[in-house]
Ligand binder design. Sequence first.
Ligand code: FAD
Length: 467
Amino acid sequence: MQYDVIVIGSGPGGYICAIRCAQLGLKTAIIEKYKTLGGTCLNVGCIPSKALLDSSEHYYNAAHSFAEHGIKLENLKVDLAQMIARKSEVVSQVCKGVEFLMKKNKIDVYQGLGSFVDKNTVKVTKEGGDIEMITSQNIVIATGSKPSSLPGVTIDKKRIITSTEALQLNEIPKHLIVIGAGVIGAELGSVYARIGAKVSFVEYASAMIPTMDATMGKELQRTVKKLGANFYFSHKVKTVENTGEEVIVTAENPKGELVTFTGDYCLMSVGRRPYTDGLALENAGLAADQRGKIEVDEHTLQTKVPNIYAIGDVIRGAMLAHKAEEEGVFVAETIVGQKPHINYLLIPNVVYTWPEVAGVGYTEDELKAKGIAYKTGSFPFKALGRARASMDIDGTVKVLAHKETDEILGAHIIGPRAADMIAEAVVAMEYRASAEDVSRMSHAHPTYTEAFKEACLAATGNRALNA
Ligand code: FAD
């Protein structure tokens, strides 16, 4: 079968790329080795983790804040099996949605492992071993990523687990040791802390979510601590051992002493590695770099073989679904000769804890390192009527604006619905708005978004009205 485009991998990068290719009139095929479409994000990433975050948040609120709202409950219990079943149902619905979109856009779906035969031919090896050869003018590699581990640590998927297993446990851990307090660790650690597990974060860096603005990490730690979690920062994990009933983690603390943690589960959330296993890149004249990534041209996302493109987690940059999607659209439009553009600085980062954390643009440390003169405006949610009404008073909005021009250079939010609120900052920054521009726009009252306006007022000239 001859195609204009073959996409290998059906995650948010791959399936969105395929849809955009089809919209542009290209004859398109997509190959997925798993039974369901949607990749990491829909099957074992964004969607199931958000489903469990929502369920556990409902339970936590029912247990801790409903009484204050005047709602009395008795015999409140967690039914973990039902929580997991609901999550699986949500996953199934969204995966079927992608299947529908493939049909709607007349994209041929091949189920099986895709591997290069040459730069235009891909072999699809199906589950039973049957093989099909398909050829195409253009091929897009969207094979994503897999959880990584630490040297010497074997993930047994029973007690030493990754995010994938953490999304389908059949018991609530008594003591969950989370190695890595980045986004995935913070989210899944929160889920289990909310439903009663003792959670200990063991982290090599000196703060949570170390890649985001430092203020966010500090504030997030304060709020996750309220769930009863413990933090061990600047700890270098040495060994992780499953003894059958227990997991024993040893780590070197900041004083150079060896400390031991004993729990019943250990979640390894130390990052993800690009995934190219089984692709036979060499047959197309390609190779992954030392870190497993596929190198691409910055301006076109072409690999060094011009008709082969790569997108999403398998290339450089943030491992985020919406980044992969932008790249999927970008490649489709590039193939038909358009000149699309991605502003990587304005791809937001989000953590779906509660309060949520979201950031876009430069962090304060990045501005300092670049020597850019900036000013800061902050506004706490506790000063907001909307936040008082919903009892979501933890958190703050921090806006970084250029000292002379007032252009917004970074926005960092920890608070209720930060993940949705950050969109306003992205729009403002895409249009290169100044903090004063946002300050002069009407924001509905009472809404959480007023906090962004107030932080912009604070950045414009210390003019916040409600603080
Ligand atoms: P993937 O989604 O990894 O998809 C790649 C697909 O390619 C897979 O289905 C794989 O089976 C298939 N494949 C691989 N090799 C082959 C082959 N040779 N032949 C055929 N098929 C192949 N990001 C966010 O933006 N927001 C979030 O809230 C969020 N939460 C997350 C929570 C967790 C627990 C995890 C693990 C990740 C989360 N992410 C989140 C990250 C997000 O899932 C990834 O950035 C995103 O899925 C990357 O998309 P992708 O298309 O590059 O690859």
